[in-house]
Write a protein that binds this ligand. Structure first.
Ligand code: ADP
Ligand code: MG
Length: 695
């Protein structure tokens, strides 16, 4: 049995290590930088760098890297060794403060959406001391932000840090109004629950679609899917259990507090949840978690699939973004609290979130839009593409009574006067029943459930933080001017509930009635990525981000280009993979089986033996094969057709309507054929084989 507290964070240059290894004044200066985001002087950086290097060498590291998160959605690293020649044919192991605080990777091959002209393609990476350095595979990794030389963000971390600052600033204004003198900062916290699939590595390697696109582009339904619901929370199979144990340890070493693990609904599907942390750290940790999941799976002879929809017909994978606000004194601002005063403050933050979600439904939808997630949102397993909020009956009753000024008919009948009456306590189980809501209040946090399993949580949290910052700004503007604070507060909360309660929906988000009802309420229903993305650069949204200094307008336009381009590229690669697989394995399988049937027919005919089975089968398969071939041609033409389009939005729509739709069409016929062709000829692993491959 390993000593877990000793193991935990053993590969992290964390606070404990810093305190142990840095001179007191340096430690203090560094802490100040971490806490207040202040500039780090070079002489301080030099001492920190040296201590880091000594620590890293003791832990077996030979290299260092600035670890960053470009717009590709995955992390990037370029390793440099600590080696420096000493002039006498020997080497020293060196690492300077300059190397710690700033890196200059040649960044011309990362997506920039036109932000950098190619002649100034260099970007730089800057240390983010709020996320601890760590050792991975013998390399000291320094979490960094990635910018162009003119200061434009080229990554996901920079705007995330900016959005946390924006929210801090506005939330502090509200807290000041309520007289919180001891608080100096407000942080956002996130706990992302991560879903994934595990299949046998041999199966994975036999499916080019999984290798190139992360999902199966074909596959007839297996006789058994998830209908028995016997997998959810089921006992862990030995191989899975061994994987999870190993994964936990790897994550713990990196200071990632992996906490919960269980089987999910679909066969071969699982989930991992960490204990929440500040958004910035949670984002870094989630990126690392996904990377390490794949690595550990490989070690166990399995492949970890993080795609949102690896298999049609069974549930896809998502990520629940549990989000809250907390003070540096440790108080959760979405906790209703016990006193009328705490309740009133809670209601300000709650209604700010309600208003934010209603006014920026489009942005929340954009934040989870991807080709992969289009398979989930709106299908009968994930929240719909319509953004709405669940607050639970009890809280809804309270909001209603505040709005109408009437008596609250809950457990206690009280007139809701903000700042005077105590809210009843919400037990978690009264707020956590509805699993179909895209955005649910769960007692002391919100759970945003529309995220796909692969997405970096940076995007959704940048948006969440910024939209809530904006509402808090409006609230603070109004309340700071008030002569009678309590009366103004009551008025503000009442008005906000009245104007934005349409976003609250406590019913079944999967039902067809909700789609109709939501349309009646005027809620957006942006079904696909190409429909959703253009709303990102609407006037309203550009004003929001520029006002809070989270994005400049050009950064937004470049991000829009990158997001749509990513969408089109994904569909393009899927289409090419599909075409290739049909030609290289599906057609040969069909022809082989047809050939066998044909020789049976002619052989039997020569003997005057009945051969209606063979003839019937052959006829059906031939017709289907012709149909498949025709659909293949249509898809090939559709792919070529994209070359003629230059407009970004048009290109997105084209990929959805012409290419993706024709892929679906082709798949249908191929899946029918799979169900008829002998498994002797069908070389691709089947759904049944893949989903039940790990024992
Ligand atoms: P489930 O949604 O599966 O019922 P929980 O609601 O208990 O599970 O927790 C899910 C995630 O929410 C965990 O990662 C947990 O750490 C996180 N969480 C709990 N409190 C907060 C908070 N104040 N801020 C952010 N995340 C939180
Ligand atoms: Mg959850």
């Amino acid at each position: 049995m390993k000593n877990i507290p000793e193991l935990f964070g053993s590969m992290v240059f964390n606070d404990r290590v810093m305190r142990d290894r840095l001179p007191k004044d340096i430690y203090k200066a560094l802490k100040k930088t971490i806490k207040m985001g202040q500039h780090l002087e070079l002489d301080v950086a030099n001492v920190v760098a040296n201590a880091m290097k000594e620590w890293a060498l003791e832990h077996g590291a030979t290299h260092f890297t600035h670890w960053f998160q470009p717009m590709t959605g995955v992390t990037a690293e370029k390793h440099d060794s600590f080696i420096t020649p000493d002039g006498n044919g020997n080497v020293l192991m060196e690492f300077s403060g300059k190397e710690l605080v700033k890196g200059e990777p040649d960044a011309s091959s990362f997506p920039s959406g036109g932000l950098r002209a190619t002649f100034e393609a260099r970007g730089y990476t800057a240390w983010d001391p709020t996320s601890y350095a760590f050792i991975k595979d013998g390399t000291l990794c320094i979490p960094t932000a990635f910018c162009s030389y003119s200061g434009e963000a080229l990554d996901k971390k920079t705007p995330l840090l900016r959005s946390m600052q924006a929210l801090d600033k506005q939330a502090m204004r509200i807290l000041k109004l309520f007289g919180n003198e001891d608080v100096t900062r407000v942080l956002t916290t996130v706990g992302p629950e991560q879903e994934y699939f595990l299949i046998d590595k041999e199966m994975y390697l036999a499916r080019p679609d999984l290798i190139y696109t992360g999902r199966t582009l074909f596959g007839a339904k297996p006789p058994k899917g998830q209908e028995l619901e016997d997998h959810y929370f089921g006992a862990l199979k030995p191989r899975v259990s061994a994987f999870m144990k190993d994964l936990d340890e790897e994550l713990w070493k990196l200071g990632i507090s992996a906490k919960t693990k269980h089987n999910e609904v679909a066969p071969a599907q699982h989930e991992l949840a960490p204990v929440f942390s500040t958004t910035n750290v949670a984002t870094d940790h989630n990126q690392l978690t996904m990377e390490i999941m794949k690595k550990v799976a490989d070690r166990h002879g399995m492949a970890c699939l993080l795609h949102e929809k690896p298999f049609a017909g069974v549930n896809g994978s998502g990520k629940h973004n549990n989000w809250s606000l907390s003070t540096d004194t440790g108080k959760n601002l979405l906790d209703p609290g016990e006193t009328p005063y705490e309740n009133a403050q809670f209601l300000v933050f709650l209604t700010a979130v309600i208003k934010a979600v209603d006014e920026y439904q489009d942005l929340l939808r954009v934040s989870v839009a991807s080709a992969g997630n289009d398979h989930r949102l709106g299908a009968n397993e994930a929240p719909p593409a319509i953004v709405s909020m669940f607050v639970g009956e009890e809280l809804e009753g309270i909001l209603e009574s505040i709005e109408s000024g009437s008596v609250y008919h809950g457990a206690e009948k009280v007139q809701m006067e903000i700042g005077a009456t105590v809210l009843p306590h919400f037990a978690k189980d009264t707020t956590d029943r509805n699993r179909t809501s895209p955005f649910a209040f769960t007692g002391n946090k919100f759970e945003f459930r529309m995220l796909g399993s692969t997405v970096s949580i940076a995007g959704p949290n940048i948006i969440l933080n910024t939209i809530v910052a904006e509402e808090l700004r409006q609230f603070a503007d109004q309340l700071e001017k008030a002569k009678d604070f309590k009366a103004e507060l009551q008025k503000l909360i009442k008005k906000t509930i009245k104007e934005h309660k349409r976003i609250i929906f406590n019913g079944d988000g999967y039902s067809a009635e909700w789609e109709k009802e939501a349309a009646k309420r005027g809620l957006l229903n942006l079904k696909t990525t190409p429909e959703a993305l253009p709303t990102f650069i609407s006037k309203k949204n550009i004003k929001l981000f520029t006002q809070h200094k989270v994005y400049t307008e050009s950064e937004m336009r470049s991000r829009y280009e990158i997001m749509m381009e990513n969408y089109c590229k994904t569909i393009h690669i899927e289409a090419l993979t599909m075409i290739d697989m049909v030609k290289k394995s599906v057609i040969p399988a069909v022809l082989g089986y047809e050939n066998e049937l044909m020789s049976l027919v002619s052989g039997k005919k020569a003997l005057s033996v009945s051969c209606s089975l063979e003839e019937n089968l052959l006829d059906k398969i031939s017709r289907l094969a012709d149909c498949m071939y025709q659909k293949l041609g249509v898809l090939e033409n559709a792919v070529l057709g994209a070359d003629e389009i230059t407009d970004t939005q048009e290109l997105g729509t084209y990929h959805r309507e012409q290419i993706f739709m024709n892929m679906q069409n082709l798949r249908e016929t191929v899946d029918e054929l799979e169900a008829m062709v002998s498994s002797e000829y069908w070389t691709l692993p089947t759904y049944g084989e893949m989903l039940y491959s790990v024992l």
